[in-house]
Design a protein around this ligand. Structure first.
Ligand code: ATP
Ligand code: MG
Length: 245
């Protein structure tokens, strides 16, 4: 078995006054795996990704990513770790409004010390592979939701992260643009990229992940696999049996 890239043990996270957004979640993701996180709105999917990225801390439990306890890192160390190890596509994009699409994509590479020229070259390639290179010089405010989403995907990939976290990366996309993102993610996973993908899109889960985890009310309600078989893919899922994990 390959080493775990992500290991969550007994993770809980609550917000003031409400029921827990995550309740005793344990999850292991190994190098090269692509896992889809499914579940209804409000079930804790984005909360889970934020904890894995070290953008938020659990109230209980431990979060280990690439051997590092991200739940105990200070802010600066956490930002450094994220920059080196994690690419994140946020549900609401989080692009910087006063940078062009190209500069948004290039920024993580520049912060990691790459030259402007090299960062721009790779940013341009990524924008091209996602079909948005003609918008390289546009500011996010002038882009459609789907264009912004693809720019956000490009930005997440620029530092060739060991771990890609993507929160609804096709949520704002029509079929053609969704396919560009899907092809890119499928290609990445074939090349050994570890991916955790939050999605409502079962076709996306089938085509670019091998395993599913379903959250309901902050708990892991079912786990399954997406099995490619002779020209079609099935989505098989079973309830989580107590004591078997
Ligand atoms: N910053 C916050 N403050 C208070 N409550 C929050 C906060 N973020 C999330 N929650 C609550 O935690 C629960 C889980 O939210 P989360 O965003 O993780 O859900 P989700 O599964 O990503 O939903 P969606 O599919 O709609 O994106 C929800 O009940 C939500 O209202
Ligand atoms: Mg969400």
């Amino acid at each position: 078995m390959t080493t775990p890239v992500i290991e969550l043990c007994g993770v809980s996270r609550g917000y003031d006054g409400g029921p827990p957004a995550l309740d005793d979640v344990s999850l292991t993701v190994r190098a090269g795996e692509a896992v889809a996180i499914l579940g209804p709105s409000g079930s804790g999917k984005s909360t889970l990704l934020n904890l894995i990225a070290g953008l938020d801390r659990p109230d209980a439990g431990t979060v280990t990513v690439a051997g590092v306890r991200v739940d105990t890192l200070g802010e600066a160390a956490s930002a450094r770790f994220r920059r080196a190890t994690i690419g994140m596509v946020f549900q609401f994009f989080n692009l910087l409004d006063d940078l062009t699409a190209l500069d948004n994509v290039a920024l993580p590479a520049r912060m990691a010390g790459e030259s402007r020229r090299a960062a721009h070259r790779r940013a341009t390639e990524l924008l091209r592979s996602l079909g948005v290179d003609r918008h390289a010089d546009a500011y996010p405010g002038r882009l459609s939701g789907g264009e912004r989403q693809r720019v956000a995907v490009a930005r997440a990939l620029i530092n060739r992260p060991a771990l890609l976290l993507a929160d609804e990366p096709t949520g704002a996309l029509d079929t053609a643009a969704g396919e560009a993102v899907r092809d890119l993610l499928t290609g990445l996973n074939t090349a050994g990229q570890t991916v955790v993908l939050v999605t409502h899109d079962l076709a996306l889960a089938r085509s670019c992940t091998t395993r599913t985890v379903r959250l309901v009310d902050g708990r892991v309600a079912a786990e399954g696999h997406t099995a490619p078989e002779a020209g079609h893919t099935a989505l098989a899922e079973g309830p989580v049996a107590e004591g078997t994990r």
